[in-house]
Design a protein around this ligand. Structure first.
Ligand code: FAD
Length: 531
């Protein structure tokens, strides 16, 4: 059958498809559509009309035939949230970005956050976090928070609740001020909260002009908070407005612990009070995370505590942006080293001590002692994972359950290790404050995120499953990261999110209706009872 054509778009079909880590393998995808680049002047009337037109015509095609559409980011998600069906939209060239001008801001915002130095930036959904970081620095700003890598696209990162370990900001969705969604062939909306909106009517008029169609301005808490973490299922995220902070650098310090149960380490985790660990720095850090060795060796480090403070910094021009430092900011990049070290022998004859030694060596190399000062875009840098070989899950509990979470993890690791099944990675514990996003994972006042990235094998996946079941059996409430391998089902989702599940579904009904629900449906929604 001939491929359909859409204005200002490249169209092809794929014989097979997989995500970056290779956890999802699909056969043929009949239709893959990439809207082409926009012109150089982003501010001109109609500048984005061709790109938006391509998206609208693709939606018209899908709505008429009830075809499932998945917009993709960088395909970094490990979960079925990114699994396509018949049609993929690749918004990689939808990457425009501008600072929002003063006339487009409400007087309340300008007098409040604006006067404190914060600035909203309008960013199209296909732009990567890396390119966003570069542009922000050119203008003297930084993202308030991001993931520990920067390869994701902005819409993809926000759609799954991507976070780091910023103790004050929250996750990426918590810095959102507005979201532009294309919800159907002839409907485009700009959502912002009812209370204290940042963007004025002038902004939405400008957006309508640039997009060449009427963009409906909706100030509605329920819709906005649902769209903050949209799971790729509330329409196409054409653009967002993110609030950036004045440029800063992180001062990073690593503290090592031989005993993973060291009282000073657990005082830092429980109270987020690290004062006794850094008498020379009087304030508690802005960022705190801990990497745990899954198979600690006697006499060696079993936990690496990272503390980071934000310090004001001059902006640097893009051409002067230093080469990204080889500094890991979470354990993901450890996996690349492990993969090299294990070199394909991962399934045979591995013993716990050999693996433990490799993990120690790799982690020690990543978490060198001594202070480092770097921009977030340098610390949270590129992905050196080998494609097609990864696995990762991330479990979120109330911060007060951190001790139980880690206890259960070590019980499960020991149990599987006795059977010769190992996590081929490490465990990272990060902390994120509360969100208003309906399905943001961080709904408790403070949340603990336990990430377990690994080289993928049967043993790793079995460890994940046992951990999900064991947490439930021991009555420890949890949810899983939307973008990572998960153990969620309808009952588990409701146990964590409660009435938020109904609020998100109601917002979905209101935004995209029955036809839209078919087009923007996704396997993960069926798995967790959100469809
Ligand atoms: C190396 C690595 C490091 C990571 N580090 C972290 C971390 O530190 N913290 C963390 O929280 N997570 C982390 N993750 C997970 C990752 O951030 C998330 O899975 C994120 O969603 C990936 O973004 P993406 O651009 O690849 O989106 P994809 O995985 O391609 O897509 C994710 C979702 O977004 C939707 N989507 C994408 N674009 C659009 C659009 N324009 N409109 C509507 N929907 C859209 C897709 O349909 C899908 O539902 C990491 C993953 C990897 C591989």
């Amino acid at each position: 059958m001939p491929l359909p054509e859409f204005p200002h778009a490249e169209t092809k079909s794929l014989t097979s498809w997989s995500n970056f880590s290779g956890t999802i393998q699909k056969g043929a995808v009949p239709l893959y559509v990439t809207p082409l680049a926009h012109g150089p002047d982003l501010t001109a009337a109609g500048a984005l009309a061709p790109q938006l037109g391509a998206v609208r015509e693709l939606l018209r095609y899908c709505f008429a035939r009830q075809l499932r559409l998945r917009p993709v980011g960088t395909r970094w998600s490990f979960s079925s949230i990114i699994e396509p069906d018949q049609v993929i939209l690749d918004p990689g060239f939808m990457s425009g970005m501008l600072r929002v001008g003063p006339a487009s801001l409400t007087p309340e915002y300008s007098a409040g956050r604006g006067a404190q130095g914060f600035a909203p930036f309008w960013i199209c959904g296909g732009r990567t976090v890396a390119m966003t970081n570069v542009r922000l620095l050119e203008e003297g700003f930084c993202l308030q928070t991001s993931g520990a890598g920067d390869g994701q696209r902005v819409a993809g990162a926000v759609a799954t609740g991507t976070h780091s370990s910023d103790l004050r900001v929250g996750a990426m969705h918590d810095a959102l001020l507005g979201i532009q969604l294309v919800t159907g062939p002839d409907r485009c909306v700009f959502l912002q909260p009812e209370r204290k909106p940042a963007l004025s009517e002038a902004f939405v008029l400008w957006l309508s002009s640039v997009c060449g169609m009427h963009v409906q301005h909706i100030q509605d808490d329920a819709l906005f908070h649902a769209a903050q973490v949209s799971l790729g299922s509330l329409g196409v995220v054409f653009s967002v407005v993110l609030e950036a902070a004045p440029a800063y650098r992180f001062v990073r310090r690593i503290t090592r612990f031989e005993d993973r149960n060291d009282p000073a380490l657990w005082r830092a985790i429980r109270l987020l009070d690290t004062g006794s660990l850094h008498p020379d720095r009087p304030h508690n850090p802005d960022h705190l995370d801990v990497v745990f060795h899954p198979y600690p060796e006697s006499g060696k480090t079993s936990a690496w505590l990272t503390t980071m403070w934000k310090v004001p910094a001059p902006p640097v021009l893009a051409h002067a942006m230093p080469v990204p430092l080889a500094i890991a900011s979470d354990v993901m990049s450890l996996i690349a080293g492990l993969f090299d070290a294990l070199d394909g022998e991962i399934t045979t004859d591995l013993t716990t001590p050999i693996l433990a030694g490799i993990i120690s060596d790799e982690t020690e190399a990543l978490y060198a002692e001594g202070d480092i000062e770097a921009y977030p875009g340098q610390l949270f840098g590129t992905n050196n994972l080998p494609a097609g070989s990864g696995a990762s899950t991330e479990i979120i509990t109330d911060h007060r359950d951190s001790g139980d979470l880690m206890r259960v993890l070590y019980e499960v690791l020991d149990q599987h290790s006795a059977r010769g099944e190992h996590l081929l990675g490490a465990a990272a514990l990060r902390f994120v404050p509360s969100t208003r996003a309906t399905l943001g994972m961080n709904i408790k006042p403070l949340n603990a995120y336990l990430e377990l990235p690994s080289i993928r094998n049967e043993g790793t996946l079995a460890i994940y499953d046992t951990l999900f079941d064991e947490l439930e059996r021991q009555g420890i409430a949890y949810t899983c990261h939307w973008g990572q391998q998960h153990g969620m089902d309808e009952a588990r989702l409701r146990a964590w999110f409660g009435a938020r599940v109904d609020r998100w579904k109601a917002a979905r009904d209101a935004l995209i209706g029955e036809d839209g629900k078919k087009v923007f449906s996704a396997k993960i929604l069926e798995e967790v009872g959100l469809s």
